[in-house]
Design a protein around this ligand. Structure first.
Ligand code: NAP
Length: 226
């Protein structure tokens, strides 16, 4: 399958690398390919992009629009505060009719750490993205854990923990559920409901961040017991 991964940070690298390792054709998206390749710093959990691409030569790099056009499925792994701008650059026409897997979080670091959420409670970033791009089938998922667990869930507790999906399109959620299980190895995927259920998934992140602080590790996740 052709997959566009919008985002060159640690999450974009992790998802693009894993998906490409499965034999899919991945194009990673960025604002400005030259500037991205010239960068010699890396964000949290990321490698310097040029070094990462040298180690992952099967992953192509292109502008957001080319990445979105390339993908039969598109992943939004951009900074939450910039996701709407990044998706504008990707272009509504390149997202039309496609599944848009949204792993972003609406984190506001302007007051330092831990961040607050710039949208919550009665709205969510997942909903903002769905409203801005009505032709895309937005499925919010994987935003409730660290990047490594997204694609290697079995590296924690044998995979006995949970991932959520939120979205308005039942077929898109079924396809994303298949991808989560068959590509990444998730055992159980919980459907939270329509895209408004992104609110809960996003609002769980402040709790997750506090748990990271209390327990001293990023290798934690939610397990729902019933
Ligand atoms: P990040 O640093 O949050 O985002 C990097 C990406 O955002 C880059 O591709 C960058 O574009 C783009 N970007 C930044 N400012 C922009 C702007 N003004 N306009 C357009 N695009 C802009 O990367 P990350 O740490 O990999 O996180 C990606 C997303 O995943 C975030 O929403 C984060 O909250 C979420 N998430 C992260 C984790 C985790 O483990 N870190 C876990 C769950 C969810 P360029 O390539 O052009 O620089």
């Amino acid at each position: 399958m052709r997959v566009g991964v919008l985002g060159t940070g640690g999450v974009g690298q992790t998802l693009a690398g894993k998906i490409a390792s499965l034999g899919h054709e991945v194009m990673m998206g960025t604002r400005d390919t030259k500037a991205a390749l010239a960068r010699n710093e890396a964000g949290y959990g990321a490698m310097v992009l040029a070094d990462w691409l040298a180690e992952n030569p099967e992953v192509k790099l292109g502008p957001f629009a080319d990445s979105a056009a390339h993908g039969e499925i598109v992943v939004n792994a951009t900074a939450g505060a910039a996701s709407l701008a990044a998706l504008e650059l990707a272009g509504a026409e390149n997202l039309e009719g496609k599944i848009l897997i949204d792993v972003s979080n609406p984190l506001d670091f302007s007051q330092g750490f831990p961040p607050s959420l710039f949208v919550s409670n009665t709205d969510s970033l997942g909903e903002q993205i769905q409203r801005a791009f009505p032709g895309a089938k937005v499925v919010k998922t994987l935003n409730t854990m660290n990047m490594e667990l997204m694609v290697y869930p079995t590296s924690l507790a044998g995979g006995d923990h949970h991932v959520f999906v939120s979205g308005n399109d039942a077929g898109a959620k079924a396809e994303v559920t298949r991808i989560l299980k068959e590509w990444f190895g998730w055992r159980e995927v919980i459907d939270l409901g329509d895209i408004t259920s992104s609110r809960g998934a996003e609002m769980s992140v402040p709790l997750w961040l506090r748990l990271v602080g209390s327990l001293g590790t990023f290798m934690i996740n939610f397990k729902i017991v019933r």
